[in-house]
Each structure stands twice: as C-alpha cells, then as structure tokens.
Ligand binder design. Structure first.
Ligand code: NI
Ligand code: MN
Length: 227
C-alpha cells in the first residue's frame, strides 16, 4: 500500500483499488497540498469530532459517496447530514472490504463547535489501527501520552505510526517520544504540528528524542511511503 502525508493529521492510504483518507482537514489547513474538489475517497476514517479532523468530510463524502467510518456519535451526526456512515467505538474492530479498522483510546476531547456558539459533544475521541495487505498503520488521532499505548503496541505489531507532536492540544515532542517507545512501531512519523501558531514545532527535535532502537521519519507534505 501507499501511504502519504498531507499536513496536520491528514493521511491518505492507497491500497489495491481503494483510497482511504484519514481526518481530511483541507479548508483552513495552511500546510496541505490537497484540494477539496479534486480529492476522491472511497473511505474517510475520522478520529474525533474537532473541525481540524472532520474538516472537509461532508464535501468529499457527499461528492464521492464515500463511506465515513467514525466514533459512533460523530457517525450518527454525519449520518443526519446525509452521509453514508459506519459508527464504531473504542476497542471495537470491524473487517471492511478495504481493510480492518480498530478504534483505540485517545486522551483528548471530541465536539463540534457550531456557528451559533453551541458545543455538541461527539462521544469519545479515538485513535485508529488500520490493517490491510498485511500491514498495520496506527493513526493516534489527537491524544495525550498514556501508558496503555504499550498494550496497543504489544497486541498489534505496528508497521507505521502517526503521532501528534504539536503540544498545546496534544502530546509534545518529549511525550510523543515516550509514546513511540510504548507503541514500538517499525517507523514513526510526527504529525499535528506547524499548522497553527500554538503547535509550532521543529519535528527534528522529536526525532532526536527517540531512543536509538526506534526509527522516525519526517514526511514532507505530499510525500509517499510504500509499505
Ligand atoms: Ni482535536
Ligand atoms: Mn487536532
């Protein structure tokens, strides 16, 4: 499979025949190389309800008739907007025709903030384990460091992990380096930094903090890895 990074927490996975977008925040994403009207997705996988993760889901999914996989309350909410959704919850896995999705815990919050100053809670935020073609990717979503990451890594050998390093809303580089150790992925890629002033980071600092046995890589926006 091909896995590419598109700024903030946007990840695209291309398997034989399917395109899967994670957290497609394009409008307002100062870093991304994607264009909402040009993106084609068979599947959109969401980690939580914040605007910088749900992003352009509605526009892309309604145009492409994508399946939107999301934590349950968020899936229900997006279903009310007419999208084709599949709700899941933490600890649950489901085998789709494009791969297996398992939701894992994340220590964060999850809500939609409306234009008329309402906050609509969207259940629990989550991370996602995605397995296809014999490879497993962990998209941590937005999260603090938590020690059960060790259990996630032990139960699911991870080929590639995307960990937030921006600080302020999520782990910073130091906590993310501990997370990388607990997850023990073959390769770890920092995400969720430099999009907004409060999450400005030099990702090299994160790589420098990784234990010697771990491999990290900074992906440029638009860069693709072959797994
Ligand atoms: Ni968030
Ligand atoms: Mn976020």
């Amino acid at each position: 499979m091909k896995v590419s990074y598109h700024g903030h927490s946007v990840v695209k996975v291309q398997t034989e025949g399917k395109t899967i977008l994670f957290d497609p925040f394009i409008t307002g994403n100062s870093l991304t190389d994607l264009q909402v009207e040009k993106e084609k997705a068979d599947v959109i996988i969401l980690t939580h309800g914040h605007g910088d993760h749900v992003g352009d889901t509605e526009a892309i999914a309604s145009r492409c008739n994508s399946l939107v996989v999301a934590p349950n309350e968020l899936a229900v909410y997006l279903g009310w907007k007419g999208l084709n959704t599949h709700g899941m919850n933490i600890g649950g896995a489901y085998e789709f025709n494009f791969g297996t999705v398992k939701y894992t815990q994340a220590f964060h919050s999850s809500a939609v903030v409306t234009e008329n100053q309402q906050i609509i809670y969207m259940g629990m935020p989550a991370g996602v384990l995605f397995t296809a073609e014999g490879k497993t990717i962990y998209h941590a979503g937005d999260t603090a460091l938590f020690s059960d990451m060790k259990l996630i890594g032990e139960q699911h050998p991870i080929d590639l992990a995307f960990l937030p390093i921006g600080d302020n809303f999520t782990m910073g580089p130091r906590d993310a380096a501990v997370a990388a150790k607990l997850i023990n992925a073959k390769l770890v890629v920092p995400v969720h930094y430099n999009t907004f002033p409060p999450i400005r980071q030099n990702p090299q600092n994160f790589l420098d903090l990784l234990e010697d046995s771990l491999k990290g890589k900074i992906l440029e926006v638009g860069e693709t890895l072959e797994l």
